[in-house]
Write a protein that binds this ligand. Structure first.
Ligand code: ZN
Length: 240
């Protein structure tokens, strides 16, 4: 992206009105964005962890034109919410990948970064702020729980965030992510059937069996190790 984009971005951002709402996000403009392609509107929300030591460090990076990365929102460990790119615009958070047969995830999504190194739990304050923000975005763009995914779901083998410590079940219980299947799996676990179920659950990226299994486990069974088990198929079966 050239300088023209950055200059245009600053002009757009300066038009955002200030507010006195204490729950309102802190506007901290990133120059790293562009228009959504093909007139696309957000139909997904992609969750990330920053893998950085502090929210300030992440904020600096996500707003630095040199790095050409961004997200719409950043939530700090104490629940502070920064808004960096307007939801109408295409932030640069997802990169190469695919979900449910759809590519150019940046044009189709809102990106939320969570201040977390990837090595420790997500704080309750941070999760609560996320649970405030998600329904607002979902309502604005008519995004279903199915559309709330992790970066690792759409970029298996390349990305691992929001990682094994992220509490997906908590989001599922609050209908902020698709509920996992609870049905008993088949007694055996043929890899072909696993691939079909994973594909129909949205994991459509073209990756090998092992990478796919790792990505599905990261979302549903991050403690699991070893070869495919029938339990790996259960969360992918018919969902409530
Ligand atoms: Zn990410």
């Amino acid at each position: 992206m050239g300088m023209g984009t950055h200059v245009a971005g600053i002009q757009v951002h300066s038009a955002v009105p200030s507010t006195t709402d204490p729950q309102a996000p802190i506007w901290h403009a990133s120059p790293n964005y562009g228009p959504r392609r093909d007139g696309l509107k957000p139909s997904m929300i992609v969750l990330h962890y920053t893998a950085m030591n502090s929210a300030q460090e992440a904020l600096d990076r996500l707003c630095d034109p040199v790095h050409e990365v961004s997200a719409h929102y950043l939530i700090g460990g104490y629940g502070t919410l920064w808004h960096m790119v307007r939801e109408e615009d295409r932030a640069w958070h997802a990169g190469a990948g695919e979900w449910s047969g759809q590519k150019d995830i940046n044009s189709r999504s809102i990106g939320i970064e969570l201040d977390n190194t990837g090595r420790h739990p997500f704080s309750d304050l941070q999760m609560r702020r996320l649970e405030q923000l998600l329904p607002q975005i979902m309502h604005r763009w008519s995004i279903r729980p199915y559309g709330v995914i992790g970066h690792s779901d759409m970029a298996p083998g390349r990305k691992f965030d929001p990682g094994p410590r992220f509490d997906w079940l908590r989001l599922e219980r609050n209908k902020l992510a698709a509920a996992r299947g609870q049905n008993d799996g088949p007694l055996d676990a043929p890899i072909d059937q696993f691939r079909i179920l994973a594909q129909s659950a949205g994991f459509s990226a073209d990756v090998d069996d092992e990478t796919l299994l790792s990505a599905v486990r990261l979302r549903y069974r991050p403690w699991a190790t070893g070869p495919l088990q029938s339990a790996d198929l259960v969360p992918l079966t018919a969902r409530s």
